[in-house]
Each structure stands twice: as C-alpha cells, then as structure tokens.
Design a protein around this ligand. Structure first.
Ligand code: AMP
Ligand code: ZN
Length: 478
C-alpha cells in the first residue's frame, strides 16, 4: 500500500490550499456536477471529468474509501444558466425532433463510451434528475416552510435576502457587480433580481413536467444538485467539483439553498476546473464550434494522448488545446508505451516493490498530494521511465512496479502497453540503434547495410522521419 500522505487541495471557498480532513474518517465523498445530456459532450467537458477522475483515483491511491457521485442533468438546465430562456433538453428535442428522454439516453451512452476510452472510472452513483423530482419537491417545500422561498405566478423562487453572503462564498465580487454587466431579463415575479428559480411552472407545450404542490412544472437546475448530492453523500460532505463556470451562479445557489434547508455546512472543499480553451477561446456548445473525442480519433490521436495532455496541464491552469500540443502528447504516450514494453520484455514480466521512501516514488506521491499536481507527478513518472531503461535488472524491476502503481492514478493503460505493445528484441534494438548512430555520423554505407540486415533477417522496415527513425514489422526481406 502507498504511504499515507496528507492530501492538500485548493478550496475555492477558502481561496487557499487546505489540508484534507474528511467528514468520515478514512473516507472521501465527492460530487461532480454531471453533464447536461441534450447534446454530445465536448472535449472541454471531458477534460473536467478527467480531472474529477484523477481526484478520485488519488484518494483511492492514498487508501481512502471513495464515494463518487455524478448526476445526469436531464431536465432543468436553462440555456443561459439564468432563469429566462428555454430548457436545454427542450432545445435538444426541438433540434432533433426526438423525445427528451430518448436524447438523454443516447447522449448519456455516448458520454459513457467517451469516458471509457479516456479510462475515466464510473462514478459509484449516477443519479438522473428526472428520477429524483419528488426529493427536489420535498427540499423546496422545506425552504418555503422555513421562509427562504416563496411562491410566485411562474414558479417558486429562493429569496436571496434570507441568506446573508449569497453569491460571495466562492467569489469575492458581490453578485450585483458581477451581474451588472450581464444581460439580465427583468422578471416581475421575483422580489429581488438575484432570486433564483427552484421550481418553474409548466408552460404550454412543455415536454417534461411533474405534479407538485404548486401545480405542474419542472425543477430548477441548482436544486437538482443540492437534492441529489445530499441524498447520496449526506448533508455535509467532503468535495464538490465542477468547471469554473459553476462558481456562479450554480454553486453559490447550491450553497444557499442547501445550507438554508439543513442549517449545516454543505461542502468542505470546492474544486473548480479551469476551462479548456481552443485557440484561446472558450469552447461553447452555444457557439456551435466544438470538438468531440471522435474528432480527436479521426485526426489520428489515441484518446489516451488527450488524457496525457490533460494530466500535463494541471487543473488550475486553463488547458490550451492545439494540434501541436496533441502531437506532443501522442509522441510522449508512444514513448512511454515503448519503454514500458521493452522493460517488461527485458525483465520477463518481473516487478519488485521498492521501499516506500524510494526517491521517485516519494516525488510522485508528494506531487499528487500537493493539490493534484499532475504535471509534477508526470515528471516523477518520467524519472521512473528512465530507470526502466536501465541495464540493471533490479532497477528495471522496481521502476516497472512503480510505473504500474502510478498508473492507478494516471490511467494510461501501461500494463496493456507492457503486454500488448510490439517491441524490438534486444538484438533488433542493438541493430536499430547502431544504424541510427551510423546515419547521424553520415556513414551511409554502414547505415544502409544495417537497414538491409534488419529487413532481411528480422523483418523490420526502418523509416526516417522528421522525428527520427521509426520501424514497423513486415515479412522478412519484403
Ligand atoms: P454541462 O454539460 O454544460 O453541464 O457541463 C459539464 C461539465 O463540463 C461542467 O462541470 C462544466 O463546468 C464543464 N465544462 C464545460 N465547458 C468546459 C470547458 N471548456 N473546459 C472545462 N470544463 C468545461
Ligand atoms: Zn451541479
């Protein structure tokens, strides 16, 4: 088992890095705001879930029992995140002519398939909003009873004046100033412009609606996350995550309504992922132009190269997605796979656990425990990779053990690479390297001789590319 290390994480509420102290000893309970399943998730969304996956895997790596909950938003998320406008599910239905629940099923299936390609582990619970409406109604009723919410002509609203500090828990800027520049449609039914909808009265033609004490309607997006997170994790739980867009209004609203209802602290650590950007622009579905994991595959990249790119960024910096960055990540992944496979072949599959204070191992653990510093953890893993190329069998075996252990967090399928990757035998490698040295020394006669020998005797075709020599296996003498 890995050494017990104190995990420290940046908490958006404290605006500082804090040591992790769990609500329940030895456990980490976390909620990730899930996808709105009206349209295909893009690589920005997937990036947010890779981060959540690394957080979960880090806690497991350090021996915590993790409960991870991620909801499926299949009703209630309004197009502009505020209260005016169309429900995204209705938009999806209008665009495709399909029933909202059918769209939700299809998009969720696609999303899970994408996650699996990225080695993102399945959350322990994946509650759907549409299956928890009675729970939301109960929570809204509680807020009305306690004087935090009121019934208006078009639904039920949370009264922000009853919750001191509304909108400032995760962001120092008061909501008035933040909203001043934004387009806010005046809603005469609200007592205060910042009040937000807990329940929306059904409009004619609404495809999704439920009975409630306030007539037919549908729940607000924020109340969904409060109701479902507290149901599965308790009134106070450890970690709540989402993208940086959730800082306001979504998570501020969740805090207000949850704490107003229970009178207890809602979440101990708030984790927000900085956005993935393409050419320095926020990638938004509303703008139409966004990339999916299929696009990445069609361009010839391995989905795990995208995971590696994400790990190399660090969740508190925005990920600048470019083809050049993907090229680099792909090459890095291929090198990792090759080195691991060669070491595995060389050790005959033997691995040996090194001492807990073995330098590289400690470097990796410390990096992860320091607010999930994955770029630094990758650098430590790369040191293990160098050791895996050592001529000393004992060093190689330890390095391999470490790499497989690190992969419990990194999720790069290194064990598969070890057993499935086609690698050169040591004789083939010796000839290949010697040819490369001859070519660099411009000894073309020798380099051609070696190229022929590799092809005729070993069935290895060598190709020179701008990134150096590559090889492929063909029929001998082909
Ligand atoms: P949505 O399906 O829009 O509700 O978003 C699902 C998750 O992806 C949320 O946690 C968002 O905050 C997150 N997200 C959306 N766009 C991006 C982006 N460009 N980069 C990182 N995370 C994002
Ligand atoms: Zn949420």
């Amino acid at each position: 088992m890995a050494t017990r290390t104190e995990i420290r994480l940046f908490d958006s509420a404290a605006r500082a890095v804090r040591p992790f102290v769990p609500v329940h000893a030895g456990e980490a309970r976390m909620y990730n705001c899930g996808p709105t399943v009206y349209d295909r998730q893009h690589i920005g969304n997937l990036y947010a879930y890779i981060v959540a996956d690394v957080v979960r895997r880090t806690f497991e790596y350090f021996g915590y029992r993790v409960t991870q909950v991620m909801n499926i938003t299949d009703v209630g998320h309004i197009v502009d995140d505020a209260d005016a406008g169309e429900d995204k599910m209705a938009l999806g239905a209008r665009r495709t002519g399909k029933d909202p629940l059918r769209i939700a099923t299809e998009v969720t299936q696609q999303f899970m398939a994408d996650r699996h390609k990225l080695n993102i582990l399945d959350p322990h619970v994946m509650p759907k909003a549409t299956e928890h409406v009675p729970l939301m109604i109960e929570l809204i009723q509680k807020l009305i009873d306690k004087g935090h919410a009121y019934l208006a002509a078009d639904g039920v609203y949370f009264d922000v004046t009853t919750f001191p500090g509304y909108g400032t828990r995760l962001n120092a800027e008061p909501p008035e100033e933040r909203m001043a520049g934004a387009r806010v449609e005046v809603n005469e039914n609200k007592r205060h412009p910042n009040d937000f909808a807990l329940w929306r009265a059904a409009k004619p033609g609404d495809l999704q609606q439920w009975d409630s004490p306030w007539g037919k309607g549908n729940p607000g997006w924020h109340i969904e996350c409060s109701a479902m997170s507290m149901k599965y994790l308790g009134d106070t739980f450890d970690i709540h995550s989402g993208g940086e867009d959730h800082l306001f209004p979504h998570h501020e609203c969740e805090i207000a309504q949850s704490e107003a209802a229970t009178g207890k602290p809602f979440v101990n650590y708030w984790l927000h992922v900085r956005f993935l950007r393409v050419d320095n622009e926020k990638m938004a579905k509303s703008k139409g132009g966004f990339f999916t994991l299929d696009d990445i595959s069609e361009w010839g990249y391995d989905p795990l190269a995208f995971r590696l790119l994400a790990l190399g960024t660090g969740y508190r910096k925005s990920l600048d997605f470019t083809r050049a960055a993907m090229d680099q990540a792909q090459r890095r992944l291929e090198r990792w796979r090759r080195v691991v496979a060669e070491a595995y072949a060389a050790t005959g599959g033997r691995v040996t656990e090194p001492e807990p204070d073995y330098g590289v191992r400690k470097g990796f653990n410390d990096a992860l425990a320091d607010d999930f510093n994955t770029p630094k953890a990758l650098a430590a893993a790369e040191m293990a990779l160098n050791l895996a190329g050592s001529d000393d069998a004992a060093i190689r075996e330890r390095a391999l053990w470490l790499l497989f252990d690190m992969d419990r967090v990194l999720g790069l399928s290194l064990r598969d690479a070890a057993t499935k990757e086609d690698v050169l035998s040591s004789e083939e490698r010796r000839l290949f390297d010697e040819r490369e040295r001859a070519r660099r020394a411009k000894d073309f006669t020798r380099s051609d001789e070696l190229r022929d020998e590799l092809l005729e005797r070993h069935g290895i075709r060598v190709m020179d590319t701008k990134d150096g020599a590559r090889w492929e296996r063909v029929a001998k003498g082909a």
